[in-house]
Design a binder for this molecule. Structure first.
Ligand SMILES: NC(=O)C1=CN([C@@H]2O[C@H](COP(=O)(O)OP(=O)(O)OC[C@H]3O[C@@H](n4cnc5c(N)ncnc54)[C@H](O)[C@@H]3O)[C@@H](O)[C@H]2O)C=CC1
Ligand SMILES: O=C(O)CCC(=O)C(=O)O
Length: 381
């Protein structure tokens, strides 16, 4: 299997098709009546049916949306392998503004397209979408996860995602300072959305000092208010100043591509560990970070708490089980750091190796015919 962050120049349609050739299936969804324009990408189903959230964003171009969904779905294949769940990599993007373009019809239409894949793809929330959106989608398909408990789901998947990030931060502190405690370390958090806000709250409760930024003023006011009754402190900084803060750890919880030539030249941190998917703009940036002595927690491992919960939902949601598995992120991140150190490779290379081995072993193991009529993981069909 190829490296996760392969750099592919995208400047004409044929190169784009080359890039798509790593994927099993890419579906373009167009429904003029609801206004839905979406892309579903299934990267790899070696481990099981594809599973991954649905992002809604006002992409500037079709190519931008396609590149995003291709990268995100590939990341999910690795995330599923790292989290040891029997699902493969997939993701969806809806092209539109989450603040103005959401309607029940749009999400019902999206649900119909998901259903048309016949169980090859399960989806739920991601950046720009909320659990409530998928209540509409699940009227059209059984293949929706991350819905409220009242609808038979496991609830808000950003809760375990945030718990996973906090555990990844503990592992990072262990590696950097030889201690797991979250206090006594300063963090620069980018994005106070569903995940970032909960991470910030968790850190504040532990007494940590934070620099935070978001483009949403309400979220900033909320966290400032929250800090008043917590042991830690908050300092709000402008969006473009978050990269150059004198913090110990940068915690990206907004968008992808945030680790690039421009930001790396500004970083003063010792480590980067946050929830955003596809943090490295290109594969080379993992090495550039390592050369600069910045420890990097591979995104698809530290942010796998949400995946663990939505995968668990398909076995019948159990919070205790989800919490146990999510806390394992501490050990997996530490293992990646240690293997990278031992083999003198980057943490991205160490993580990719572990996941590719899992996928290859599974591909070999499942080569015989089984007469089982119903897959064990599918309680809804
Ligand atoms: N929700 C989940 O369980 C999971 C989320 N992730 C990833 O974590 C990241 C955050 O996800 P969510 O919290 O669910 O999304 P969200 O949409 O709830 O939050 C994103 C936040 O980032 C802010 N933001 C956008 N542009 C910004 C900028 N230029 N500067 C500062 N802040 C900015 C937004 O205002 C918003 O508050 C995404 O990359 C997502 O793919 C990964 C795994 C699971
Ligand atoms: O968190 C979710 O709702 C699903 C998993 C996912 O899409 C992700 O981890 O990026």
């Amino acid at each position: 299997m190829m490296s996760l962050m392969k750099e592919t120049p995208v400047n004409n349609d044929f190169l784009l098709l080359d890039r798509m050739s790593e994927h099993e299936q890419v579906v373009f969804c167009n429904d003029p009546s609801s206004g839905l324009k979406a892309i579903i990408a299934i990267h790899n189903t070696t481990l099981g049916p594809a599973l991954g959230g649905c992002r809604m964003q006002p992409y500037n171009s079709f190519d931008e949306a396609l590149i995003d969904v291709l990268r995100l779905s590939k990341g999910m294949s690795y995330k599923c392998a790292a989290a040891d769940v029997d699902f493969g990599g997939g993701k969806a993007v809806i092209i539109g503004d989450p603040l103005t373009d959401k309607t029940p019809e749009l999400f019902r239409s999206f649900g119909q397209f998901v259903d048309s894949l016949g169980g090859r793809f399960y989806t739920g929330t991601d950046m720009g979408t909320d659990m409530e959106d998928f209540i509409h989608a699940m009227r059209e398909t059984n293949n929706i996860v991350g819905v409220p408990e009242a609808y038979g789901g496991g609830g808000d998947s950003s809760v375990p995602t945030a718990i996973g990030v906090l555990n990844g931060l503990k592992a990072t502190n262990k590696m950097l300072f030889g201690r797991t405690q979250l206090h006594g370390v300063t963090y620069a958090i980018q994005g106070l959305g569903k995940v970032g806000y909960k991470v910030a709250e968790g850190l504040l409760e532990e007494g940590a000092d934070l620099y935070v930024t978001d483009i949403n003023e309400d979220r900033l006011q909320q966290i400032e208010l929250r800090a008043e009754s917590a042991a830690g402190s908050v300092k709000v900084v402008a969006s473009n100043e978050i990269y150059s803060q004198e913090a110990d750890v940068f915690v990206p919880c907004a968008f992808g591509g945030v680790i690039n030539d421009d930001t790396i030249s500004q970083f003063k941190v010792k480590a980067i560990a946050g929830s955003a998917n596809n943090q490295l703009l290109a594969g080379k940036h993992g090495r550039v970070l390592a050369e600069k002595g910045i420890l990097y927690a591979p995104d698809y491992i530290i942010n796998s708490g949400g995946l663990i919960q939505v995968a668990d939902e398909l076995y019948g949601a159990n919070k205790e089980r989800v919490l146990l598995k999510t806390k394992e992120i501490y050990n997996i991140i530490l293992q990646v750091y240690q293997e990278a150190e031992r083999h003198r490779i980057t943490t991205v290379e160490a993580a990719d190796r572990i996941c590719e081995k899992t996928m290859m072993n599974r591909a070999k193991r499942n080569s015989f015919y089984s007469a089982s009529l119903k897959p064990k993981w599918n309680i809804r069909n």
